[in-house]
Design a protein around this ligand. Sequence first.
Ligand SMILES: Cc1cc2nc3c(=O)[nH]c(=O)nc-3n(C[C@H](O)[C@H](O)[C@H](O)COP(=O)(O)OP(=O)(O)OC[C@H]3O[C@@H](n4cnc5c(N)ncnc54)[C@H](O)[C@@H]3O)c2cc1C
Length: 415
Amino acid sequence: MPQITIVGAGLIGLSCAWRAQMSGWDVTIIDRQFDGDRASHGNAGGIAVSESTPMAIPGFSLKVARWLLDPLGPLSIRPAHAFKLLPWFIAFNQVNKPENFKRLSFALASLNNRVYDDFLPMLKDLGISDHLHRRGALTVYESERSFQSEAAEWAWKRELGVKWRAVSRDEIRVLEPNLAPLFSHGLMIEDWGHINDPKKIVEALRSAIISRGAILIPGEVARLDLSNRSQPAAIHVNGKRIAGDKLLVANGAWAGRLAATVGDRVLIESERGYNTTLPDESRRLHREVIFADRKFVATPLQVGLRIGGAAEFAGLDAPPNYRRSDALMRLARRYIPGMSEQGAQQWMGNRPTTPDSIPVLGPSPQSPNLLYAFGHGHLGLTQAATTAAIINDLICENPTMDLSEFSVARFGKAA
Ligand SMILES: Cc1cc2nc3c(=O)[nH]c(=O)nc-3n(C[C@H](O)[C@H](O)[C@H](O)COP(=O)(O)OP(=O)(O)OC[C@H]3O[C@@H](n4cnc5c(N)ncnc54)[C@H](O)[C@@H]3O)c2cc1C
């Protein structure tokens, strides 16, 4: 049987492992900590299929300055990291040129518009179809002005295939009676869903691939190795070289470091997000609510109401700053009054974020046997099963999609 080695056992690596096994591949998967925490465990649990515009929407740069000055604002950059962030930020600033924005939106929509076609069969096979709740998401605005400020983006999203409808102040009260009466305008995003608990999906995937014969190797992959032409693609882990027919790098925010070991340049940052889960409040809301003015969300997961968001750029190694979770909770108390905070759990995770919000999917220019699947930013749960289907098509040499927008080559060569 053909053999694939996968680096990273988050949602992306595990989904790709699951899909490759379905096509008859032997899977070896390596993670430095199979039971450790990761972005895939604690995220907001949203199947956010409407998020088909890059983060750098037109006008975003002007907002950045305002947000950076606001202690409760959604964005922060640690001064010690600002210089390292510069190349990423310069690339980010190119995205909102109209021609780039349009092209990248189409690329994102080409993934998001097929998400349920890939996600539903995966949940079914894992025996957890009932973990998905397709009740839409409600975006709420505090004023006509803030609603109008996003009108052009929503009109564009409709052209991309997103289904939404405007919701009045009164309907917001009916849909989510536990929200404070502060919201004048809303949008119901029909196709959005949420799941019971992202960690449960990680666990179900891991159990499934183990039961189907995957080999799990704990260890930190130090580098990739394409030097031996007779053993196509290899990694170095625990002082050993492990080779396979195909090698897939799917280690999230850390992937740039590994790609660099074979000369592939990647612009990727850890966009650190924070949340707080309130275990007694899983029924406070009916669906995910997106607070548009403050850029945070609340999702009624089975494990509790998860309140989160924020984008902090501080690199991969800085300790968490839970004052960001505190700031979100201060806002949430105003918007969702009366919540019990007993047993509240704070969390931070590393979103693997590229400047153009497009994941890296496809082969390395160095070798068709080395594949990449990382950089899913805010959408790794949403796009996991779709990523797995695309990677499966590649390893089975049956590509069904033009992946040029997703190529690592867009970042240029390593210096
Ligand atoms: C606050 C927050 C909210 C979010 N909300 C949503 C949401 O609602 N919907 C959505 O779709 N997405 C959401 N996301 C994004 C989503 O969680 C991520 O995009 C996704 O989890 C990325 O998965 P991954 O497998 O690429 O990375 P990870 O989950 O980070 O997994 C990477 C794995 O690689 C391993 N690893 C790293 N380097 C090495 C190495 N050198 N050797 C061996 N192993 C290594 C790590 O141990 C880890 O297990 C959110 C993220 C955050 C932080």
